[in-house]
Write a protein that binds this ligand. Structure first.
Ligand SMILES: Nc1ncnc2c1ncn2[C@@H]1O[C@H](COP(=O)(O)OP(=O)(O)OP(=O)(O)O)[C@@H](O)[C@H]1O
Length: 322
């Protein structure tokens, strides 16, 4: 059985705050999908709507074609860990799982099995109040896996894990996807999930910036072109018209996610004299940061920035942020 998550026009407003703004994307079975965006970009709110914990203002989130609230025995289909801290501190790890077992329809033997699986076999009879953050993350994961679900939704699961824990988590998520499960995992750090995910959904300010394979995201984002021109204003205008993501520094322009041929041909067609056109690799992390911090990042492709400044500034910074 393969079960996809479909998000269609999903929107959530809290009073004047639009936390999630018209999001549309698919999460495919058999793959790990990274749900990426900076703090406050709307990841948790989106996941809460996927899990039927809050109602959307508009749009819908479907799991296997149905909203979460319409799934019978949802914990057998969807396993989720949203907040590792929401445990009763007086309960033991095993006790926590045992409280979930009846609604999940599993036995105590299964509770022991998942505790063992997440590396908490010997800590199962200790109170959760004494657990480290990493142990709580493991327990949250155990709870998510209790019903042997086809879909796994995890909110920042690497928080609090040590380096060995992060490697362990990566292998676990990869093996769950390998078994054909649908794995959606949020993070605000691209580097944290880069070696784990197949696909990325990047959001900023509640809006979709890009949904693609990681490979496509990297190949687009890692290209950049350096440009020197005496016709700076005309080039800035051209970049704005083309929707290029442009930074401007003392040495000239930097055009992210483009190649020399495209930029050179466009400049030639516009009659703009160029003195230098160079391929420069972009740092994926800084591109990710720029994409996700732009308030005007549009949907569906690498965010074009408006090149509006008229003279070279002292620092290289995205034009759209001025
Ligand atoms: N219950 C609520 N009432 C009012 N505003 C809220 C509520 N929940 C979230 N928000 C706001 O919605 C926006 C998105 O928050 P959300 O927690 O979804 O972001 P996030 O990407 O998960 O952030 P983080 O990485 O810090 O967990 C924020 O501006 C937040 O303050």
């Amino acid at each position: 059985m393969s079960v996809a998550i479909s998000i269609e026009g999903l929107t959530k407003r809290f009073g004047a705050v639009t936390a999630v703004d018209d999001l549309t994307f698919e999460v495919a079975p058999g793959r790990v999908t990274g749900f990426l965006g900076p703090n406050g970009s709307g990841k948790t709110t989106t996941l809460r709507m996927v899990l039927g914990l809050i109602a959307p203002t508009a749009g819908r989130a479907m799991i296997g074609g149905r909203p979460y609230r319409e799934i019978s025995r949802p914990m057998r289909l969807v396993g989720a860990a949203l907040e590792a801290s929401s445990f009763h501190p007086g309960r033991t790890g095993l006790g926590h799982l045992q409280t979930l077992a009846p609604q999940t329809g599993v036995s105590t033997a299964r509770c022991h099995q998942v505790l063992d699986f997440v590396g908490l076999a010997t800590a199962g009879d200790r109170r959760v109040g004494g657990y480290s953050t990493g142990m709580r993350q493991r327990l949250a994961l155990a709870a998510a896996l209790l019903g042997d679900p086809q879909v796994i939704v995890l909110d920042e699961p690497a928080n609090g894990l040590d380096p060995q824990g992060i490697v362990w988590l990566r292998e676990l998520l990869r093996s769950l996807a390998y078994e054909g499960r649908t794995v959606l995992v949020s993070s605000h750090v691209l580097a944290e999930v880069r070696s784990t995910v197949d696909d990325v959904v990047v959001i900023g300010g509640g809006r979709l910036i890009r949904a693609s394979t990681l490979a496509d995201f990297e190949s687009l984002a890692e290209r950049a072109v350096g440009v020197r021109t005496p016709a700076a204003d005309a080039f800035a205008q051209l970049a704005a018209e083309r929707g290029w993501m442009v930074s401007r520094g003392p040495g000239g322009f930097r055009v992210d996610a483009q190649d020399c041929a495209t930029v050179g041909a466009a400049a030639f067609a516009a009659g703009i004299e160029l003195h230098q056109l160079t391929d420069i690799g972009a740092d994926l992390e800084s591109v990710f940061l720029r994409l996700t911090t732009s308030p005007d990042a549009p949907t569906g492709h690498l965010a074009p920035q408006i090149a509006a400044a008229t003279g070279p500034g002292p620092h290289t910074e995205p034009e759209g942020h001025r």
